[in-house]
Structure formats: structure tokens, C-alpha cells
Design a protein around this ligand. Structure first.
Ligand SMILES: *Cc1c(COP(=O)(O)O)cnc(C)c1O
Length: 382
């Protein structure tokens, strides 16, 4: 079976984890700090806060901007449900805006959805392609909204030579095994804002501070600490951080390999009738190639399920990204109606994600291409 995504772990990674395991720290300690500094440096951001996973990182972000019941966030439905689930946990109502032809939020449609209740714009770099940040920042500034980037797909991607993680007010990453780098489970929040940074640190650790310079009341003695916010335990462990540090060193190479695979797919599949491929190059941005989404359009659209099943039967791992979030029964129950974002729905009906990951061999790519061409050409004729 060729999976649609897979982590890459080598001896160096294993040794790093083993060393952490034998150290004095198992939970959050010096390795977490080192990982945060390495992430901040890599992204060109002032602060990084490691969090137990990407979903918790999202919740931490919503907590940090003080989302309350009655607040709204504007976001795209073409994402993993965690983007909005975490906002709902903090009391917000997601307002969905349709996508553009790259699968990212259509920034031209945002302003119409802004109300007195809107607190933030939450964008997702679909498949690893950064959104239109110049436009998004202008809208956020004009309406005094916070710009949040769900960059679970886009660690290593660039917008006008700025690395993702240094662009939005708050950016989250996920280090789940299918993402750019992995820590098993893991996540992080990046920001340049000191107040946000301090609040994130509190939230991740029960709302507790041991820093006497930050105490609100007078210290009772050397044992004293204060719980100042309603936080949780969302810490990453040093074992995971050691893996993260080791993985981050390989990220430039991972990105190169992903890009080469995408280039090869574009070259080999480019002439297939009805098949829409991700663009290979953009003048102002660079994708991290987290996914390689192909769209089956025209006559092919109704054959999507057959194509998916054919590839699976031939041991090629495929996925569909994504079922529009508001189509899920939970969101339907909340009252979201189908049809509100027709382009995202059309995307869902057309899309298949084919295998892409750093260790995907040339031979496996050939197999994917050969099988795809075979089934698609057959379906075009029928
Ligand atoms: C993976 C992912 C998340 C959640 O990250 P976890 O680390 O799995 O919690 C959130 N948003 C998007 C777009 C993702 O792909």
C-alpha cells in the first residue's frame, strides 16, 4: 500500500528521542524551550509556544484573543473541523466564507460577512498554499480584527519571502505524523505579540505563573504560585520536543522532496482532460505541498467515487479534503444550511488527494500516475 501521507523518521530522530527519555526531564523542560526557539528562528517570529497538539493550539489562540459567547469568527469551510470546533469550545460562532480557485478563503467575500460581533478572521493555508495575506491584513486592520492562520498544512511555506508563522497575528502549526514535521502529537502557536505570548504560556499550564514579577497578590513565601487564568494542561513533553528539534533540521529537505513530487505530477498528469491540478508556481508565494489535491471536473466529476475506489483497490492511498465543515451532522444541528458556500461544496465533490510525502519513491509516483491515467482515460471515454 502506498499511503497518501507518511512521516519520515530516521536514526537521528530515534537517538534524539532516546536521549530525551534518559534525561532528567520527561514532560515540558529544556527541550521544549529549545524547540520553541528553533521554531521561532526558522519562521522569523518573535515567540513560539509549543502545545500538546494543533487542536489545543487553536483553542489556546481563541482563549488568548478572549473569544466569548456571542462572538463570531470568519473562516473557510474547506478545512479540518478542528479549526472551528476549537472556536465553538470557546463560545464563538463560526461564519463560513466560500473559497477561491486555490481552495483558500476568498478574501473578496469576507467584508460582507463582518458584523459588530466579528472578532477574528481565521484562514487556512489549504494544502500548504499561503492565503492572500496583503489583502487579509488590510481587511483585518480596517475592521480591527485579529488575523489567525491555521497553518497546520503550511509550515515552511512562504508569502512574499516571509515564512508562514511570521505573518498573521497568531499562527498555529500541527505536528501530527501527516504534517510537514512530526512530534507524534504536537502543535505550536507563533506570534510577534508579547501579550498574546504571555497569555498562551498561562493557558498551556493551568493558568498558573511562578514568576514573582507577574504576581497579582503579595507572595506568601517561596512556595507561592498563582493561578490567574482558567487554563488547562496543554504541555508538550521533552521527549516530543526532542523529536521536533531533530525533524525541524530536515524540514528544508522535506520541502524540496515534496516540491519535486508535485512538479513530477504536474508534468505527467498535466494534459489529462477534465483534471485540474494545483498550480506549480506562484509569483508571490511558495507552497509547502502538504497535499496534492486533484479536481475531477466536467464529465469526470460524477466518476470521483469510482476513481477513488479504483486507486484504493490498487493499493494507492487517497483521501478527500474536505467534507465542508458545516455539512457534518453536528454543524447541521447547529442550524447551518447546505448551499452556503457553493464553491467549497463543488470542490468537495471533485477532489481527491493523491500520495505526497518526502520518502515517496519515484517508482511509487509512477504507479500513482499510471493508475490514475488508466482510470481517468477509461472514464473520459465512457
Ligand atoms: C491537522 C489539522 C488540525 C489539527 O491538528 P492536530 O494536531 O491533529 O490536532 C487543524 N487544522 C487543520 C487544517 C489540520 O489539517
Amino acid at each position: 500500500m502506498i499511503p497518501y501521507s507518511h512521516q519520515f523518521i530516521d536514526k537521528e530522530d530515534a537517538d534524539a528521542v532516546l536521549a530525551a527519555l534518559k534525561s532528567d526531564w520527561l514532560t515540558q523542560g529544556p527541550k521544549v524551550k529549545e524547540f520553541e526557539l528553533a521554531l521561532a528562528k526558522y519562521c522569523g517570529a518573535k515567540y513560539a509556544v509549543a502545545i500538546s497538539n494543533g487542536t489545543a493550539a487553536l483553542q489556546a489562540v481563541y482563549f488568548t484573543i478572549n473569544i466569548k459567547k456571542g462572538d463570531e469568527i470568519i473562516t473557510s469551510p474547506l478545512t479540518f473541523a478542528a479549526t472551528t470546533n476549537a472556536a465553538i469550545w470557546q463560545g464563538a460562532k463560526p461564519v463560513f466564507v466560500d473559497i477561491n480557485k486555490d481552495g483558500n478563503i476568498d478574501s473578496d467575500l469576507i467584508e460582507k460577512k463582518i458584523t459588530q460581533k466579528t472578532k477574528a478572521i481565521v484562514v487556512v493555508d489549504y494544502a500548504g498554499l499561503p492565503c492572500d495575506f496583503d489583502v487579509l491584513k488590510k481587511i483585518a486592520k480596517k475592521h480591527k480584527l485579529i488575523l489567525i492562520e491555521d497553518a497546520a498544512h503550511s509550515l515552511g511555506a512562504e508569502y512574499k519571502s516571509a515564512k508562514v508563522g511570521s505573518i498573521a497575528d497568531l499562527t498555529i502549526f500541527s505536528f501530527h505524523p501527516i504534517k510537514s514535521i512530526t512530534t507524534g502529537e504536537g502543535g505550536a502557536v507563533m506570534t510577534n505579540n508579547k501579550d498574546f505570548y504571555e497569555k498562551l504560556l498561562l493557558f498551556r499550564n493551568h493558568g498558573i505563573t511562578k514568576d514573582q514579577n507577574k504576581f497579582l497578590n503579595k507572595s506568601h513565601g517561596p512556595w507561592y504560585y498563582e493561578m490567574q487564568e482558567l487554563g488547562l494542561n496543554y504541555r508538550l513533553t521533552d521527549i516530543q520536543a526532542a523529536l521536533g528539534i531533530s525533524q525541524l533540521k530536515k524540514l528544508p529537505d522535506f520541502l524540496k522532496k515534496r516540491d519535486m513530487i508535485a512538479k513530477n505530477y504536474n508534468k505527467e498528469l498535466g494534459k489529462t482532460e477534465g483534471l485540474v491540478l494545483p498550480k506549480h508556481s506562484f509569483k508571490d508565494r511558495k507552497s509547502s505541498r502538504h497535499l496534492y489535491p486533484i479536481l475531477l471536473t466536467g464529465k469526470l466529476q460524477s466518476k470521483r467515487k469510482d476513481v477513488f475506489e479504483f486507486l484504493q483497490k490498487n493499493k494507492i492511498g487517497v483521501q478527500v479534503h474536505y467534507i465542508p465543515v458545516y455539512w457534518h451532522p453536528y454543524y447541521q444541528k447547529l442550524g447551518y444550511k447546505k448551499g452556503i458556500c457553493p464553491k467549497a461544496e463543488e470542490w468537495y465533490k471533485s477532489e481527491i488527494s493523491i500520495p505526497i510525502y518526502p520518502s515517496l519513491k519515484k517508482e511509487s509516483q509512477k504507479k500513482v500516475i499510471k493508475n490514475l491515467k488508466e482510470i481517468l482515460n477509461g472514464k473520459i471515454k465512457n
